[in-house]
Write a protein that binds this ligand. Structure first.
Ligand code: SF4
Length: 461
């Protein structure tokens, strides 16, 4: 696929831009979305004559040590009572949330993210799953998508088997890079053999989907070291690979100041690393899914892409569309109907709020009718290869070409540059447009012209 892409073109469009895990992006969330407003939205969604199924996200913020590149909400600690305190309140939050949700709404999707979910012991994870089963109706069937992010440094084959027994059927390993020099530069030293063996163990044990997360653009990465990483991952043959670009934003993420800019690969090398991975993965049986995932035959993400049911959310890409998302834990973001509601990012505030039997919602956003239409268009662009004007028009009762006339004018340059092909019925993303989806989506974003791109967002590549 990379042979179809002109590196010069990518370079020209490699500007900062939103990743569109939501529209509008979380930057636009405001105070004023309260527990009462959220509860109202949940009650309204309970009333839907056809029960709206659920996606649950649980945030486990703890990590043993800081990876310097990381931009997640995490707490670096080895202090067990602090973890216990958090888990006690998380259990209560699960009960508080569950009490508001009708039992005929099935949890089809569950994701434990962090932080490091596998920071927790087997017993803690077991008790968490028990609390979730008590509070919600979890789908027991094979179609469920119950995933957990795994730090290879915290787990072995027997712990993996335990996760499977708890009901997880998807597992995502934070591999990032296996080169010792890069690992030291990012403060994430792990045994490459152990990490690769875990990918094999997960497949052998029968997880329906096994993912490896990789990052390009890390300090110390070279063409050679990255090529070695790619070949090692291809050798392990996971069903899915997520390839993220390191976003160096030290003003936002203080730990990134530990990474001197001089250690980062030059922009030209960074692009080369990306294009090399793209080339090797797509010529080794993987298909590019969305902007940064690769999946091979047999992985449900590829099935969803083929069926047109791929979805974009705060965890990246997933297979179920049209679910309400209930998120628990520090900083977690729920979406119920057209309402986003975010929990506090402050640990003490979180604990105190739940001790007082209050959901710790502090921020959010209620989508306007215009936001809903634009969010749909942007999600289609982020997930699929084509945008059908008539289908969007029918769904939202608009004349697409009139409604989006200014956006279509802005798209003209992208058409001229070969990122998209436009007909009277829709848009087709060409190979460069699939890599630069964020660029193709941007003309439909009503907020971007007002806020500007710089300073807030990572570069496209
Ligand atoms: S990358 Fe993961 S393990 Fe590392 S500090 Fe961030 S959340 Fe913790």
């Amino acid at each position: 696929m990379s042979t179809l892409i002109d590196p010069e073109l990518i370079r020209r469009y490699d500007l900062p831009g939103p990743r569109y895990t939501s529209y509008p992006t979380a930057r636009h969330f405001q105070p004023g979305i309260t527990e009462a407003i959220y509860r109202e939205a949940v009650m309204a969604s309970n009333e839907d004559p056809i029960p709206v199924d659920l996606s649950l996200y649980i945030h486990i913020p703890f990590c043993h040590r800081p990876c310097f590149y990381c931009g997640c909400t995490r707490i670096i600690t080895r202090h067990a009572p602090r973890v216990t305190r958090y888990l006690e309140q998380l259990h209560r939050e699960i009960a508080l949330q569950g009490a508001g949700i009708d039992g005929d709404r099935i949890v089809r999707q569950l994701h434990l993210g962090g932080g490091t979910p596998t920071y927790l012991s087997d017993a803690e994870l077991e008790s968490l799953m028990l609390a979730l089963r008590r509070a919600f109706t979890l789908d027991p069937g094979p179609e469920r998508e119950f995933g957990i992010e795994v730090d290879p440094r915290t787990i072995d084959r027997s712990r993996l088997a335990h996760l499977l027994a708890l009901g997880f059927n998807r597992v995502s390993f934070g591999i990032q890079d296996l080169d010792p020099l890069v690992q030291r530069a990012i403060n994430r030293v792990q045994d490459p053999e152990h990490a690769l063996a875990l990918l094999q163990d997960a497949k052998d044990l029968g997880f329906a989907s096994v993912n490896a997360d990789l990052i390009y653009g890390l300090p110390g990465q070279t063409r050679e070291s990255f090529q070695t990483l790619i070949e090692a991952i291809l050798g392990a043959h996971p069903g899915r690979i997520a390839l993220y670009g390191y976003a160096h934003l030290p003003e936002q993420f203080p730990f990134q100041r530990q990474i001197p800019s001089a250690w980062l690969p030059e922009p030209a090398i960074r692009l080369e690393l990306f294009l090399t991975a793209l080339e090797r993965f797509t010529t080794s049986g993987y298909r590019l899914i969305g902007m940064d995932h690769f999946a091979r035959d047999g992985d449900p993400l590829l099935d969803a892409a083929r069926a047109g049911s791929l979805q974009r959310n705060f965890q990246g890409y997933s297979t179920y569309a049209g679910l309400d998302s209930i998120a628990l834990g520090l900083s977690a973001i729920s979406r119920v109907g057209s309402l986003y509601a975010q929990n506090t990012k402050d640990e003490d505030d979180y604990l105190a709020s739940i001790r007082a039997e209050r959901l710790p919602i502090r921020m959010g956003y209620r989508l306007t009718a215009d936001d809903v239409i634009r969010a749909d268009v942007i999600e289609r662009i982020m997930c699929h290869e084509a945008l059908d004007f008539d289908a969007i028009g029918k769904r939202h009762r608009i004349r697409f070409q009139e409604y989006f006339a200014p956006a279509l004018v802005r798209l003209k340059t992208l058409e001229d540059d070969g990122l998209v092909e436009r007909s009277s019925h829709g848009l087709l993303l060409r190979p460069a447009g699939r890599i630069l989806r964020r660029v193709v989506a941007a003309p439909f974003d009503a907020y971007l012209p007002r806020e500007g791109r710089h300073g807030h967002y990572s570069r496209i590549i």
